[in-house]
Design a protein around this ligand. Structure first.
Ligand SMILES: Nc1ncnc2c1ncn2[C@@H]1O[C@H](COP(=O)(O)OP(=O)(O)O)[C@@H](O)[C@H]1O
Ligand SMILES: [Mg+2]
Length: 433
């Protein structure tokens, strides 16, 4: 295009000047289109994410929706989302289909000006007919690309709005990252200290804490049980220990090393966690069990599984240890998933073991089986156990009772029963049922 401009200037600068009057409106239109088009495309993309989010949620929660007969309602909501999407799409379409014809109009106007003015110049014999004809041809070469660019520009805006969202995601800083001077944790013995620890989450209202002034000490090899009502902060304590979150105040040390000065990887290599909603990956049962230590041999896996009483259950699966795991392990019952995860934790040979309501989905009989095996699993490991069935926690070396994020009682099972506080009440209720 620059070449065309130079050529046009060579022919006649007066004609060029005449054409240039159409450039300011073109620039203004393009600037406006850039400003409003970008915003419209951003809105459109945001709505697209809402729709995909709703779709994923509806598919994942299809059973709940069915069970509560919410299909109609969910459909209506989805249609509302679609409606908004439609409106936003219209905004984009209107903008673009105003801009593009405007560009066409302006270039038409430019040609008209040249025809009129150039025509009069030819009459005055200031330029020849040949020059005039050539100029008009060049003019076509000048405006042609401008129109094509209008089209391209639309694609650029749309892509830029999408790219913006991708970069936002890529630029998200992880909340917990290793300090620049972090060093790997050496193999630990498992001596854990919480020193006046306070925690609040991003969404916790200011002025309140999820955990307040938590102090605890676990000797290597000890079993620490956390007891308390739902929402009292048990899982939060464990999330701190695994450094999924960091405390706002206070320190957590492992063998005297502040967790914040260690690398997360070296910490996680030494921690095994089993929770109530365990995650299985697609692959085989065996692959899932070896997840924490890929060099474990098949014999080791079977040996661990036998000791935990999971071998029988796994052998009953269609292909035993080679049974494929469907997405999220949906082809197993919750209890079977928990058993697999127990074996996974045992095979990983962690120094620190965390069980967060890990036996909530297995039947009492299996739980008793696990119980015996767990005692072996607990040996020589520092363990943190959260369980609602108090039979699981009464052997712990220390029991911490939590209430609204504070430790309100601590001691062994016998000590706590004697003192007759919250734990004694909980236990009485537990025994009665
Ligand atoms: N990721 C989170 N973000 C915000 N608040 C949370 C988060 N996890 C837990 N909470 C809040 O912290 C409190 C304690 O939760 P939690 O430690 O999971 O309790 P428990 O395991 O004892 O049932 C609850 O009030 C809960 O709403
Ligand atoms: Mg919990």
């Amino acid at each position: 295009m620059l070449g065309v401009v130079v050529l046009m200037l060579q022919y006649d600068w007066r004609l060029c000047l005449a054409v240039s009057v159409v450039l300011p409106p073109l620039a203004v239109a393009t600037t406006l289109f850039h400003k409003y088009g970008m915003k419209a495309y951003r809105d459109l993309r945001a709505q697209t994410s809402r729709i995909t989010g709703a779709m994923a949620e509806n598919i994942a929660g299809v059973r709940v929706a069915q069970a509560f007969a919410r299909e109609e309602e969910n459909l209506v909501r989805f249609q509302q989302l679609q409606g908004v999407y439609f409106d936003r799409f219209l905004v984009v379409a209107r903008l673009f289909h105003t801009y593009l014809p405007f560009v066409g109009l302006v270039s038409g106007l430019g040609t008209a000006i040249i025809l009129g003015y150039g025509g009069s110049l030819v009459m005055q014999r200031a330029i020849t007919v040949g020059e005039f004809a050539a100029f008009i041809l060049y003019l076509g070469m000048f405006f042609g690309p401008i129109q094509t660019m209008g089209d391209l520009y639309n694609a650029v805006l749309s892509t830029a709005a999408s790219a913006e969202r991708i970069f936002q995601l890529l630029d998200t800083e992880p909340q917990i990252r290793d300090r620049p001077d972090a060093s790997a944790l050496p193999p630990v013995r498992g001596h854990i200290i919480f020193d006046h620890v306070y925690l609040r989450y991003d969404t916790t209202p200011a002025g309140t804490w999820v955990l307040r002034d938590i102090c605890l000490e676990a000797e290597p090899g000890q079993i620490v049980a956390l007891v308390g009502a739902t929402g009292s902060g048990k899982t939060s304590i464990i999330s701190l220990l695994a450094r999924f979150y960091e405390p706002q105040q206070g320190r957590i040390t492992m063998d005297g090393i502040d967790l914040q000065t260690a690398t997360s990887e070296s910490l996680h290599k030494q921690i095994g966690i089993v929770t109530q909603d365990n995650f299985l990956f697609t692959g085989t049962v065996m692959e899932n069990i070896r997840f924490g230590r890929t060099d474990a041999t098949g014999e080791e896996v079977i040996e661990a599984s036998k000791r935990l009483g999971a071998h029988q259950v796994i052998s009953r699966f269609e292909k035993g240890y080679a049974t494929p795991v469907a997405e999220r392990g949906s082809n197993f019952s919750a209890g079977e998933r928990q058993l697999i995860c127990f074996v996974r934790a045992m095979v990983a040979r962690p120094r620190i073991l965390i069980l967060d309501e890990a036996t909530s989905a297995v039947d009492p009989h299996t739980e008793t089986l696990l119980q015996g095996a767990l005692e072996k699993l607990f040996e020589r490991r520092t363990s943190f156990v959260i369980a609602h069935r108090l039979s699981t926690v009464c052997h712990a070396h220390q029991i911490l009772v939590l209430q609204h994020g504070e430790i309100v009682e601590r001691g062994t099972h016998d000590q706590l029963l004697v003192s007759g506080g919250h734990y004694a009440k909980l236990y009485a209720e537990f025994v009665r049922h």
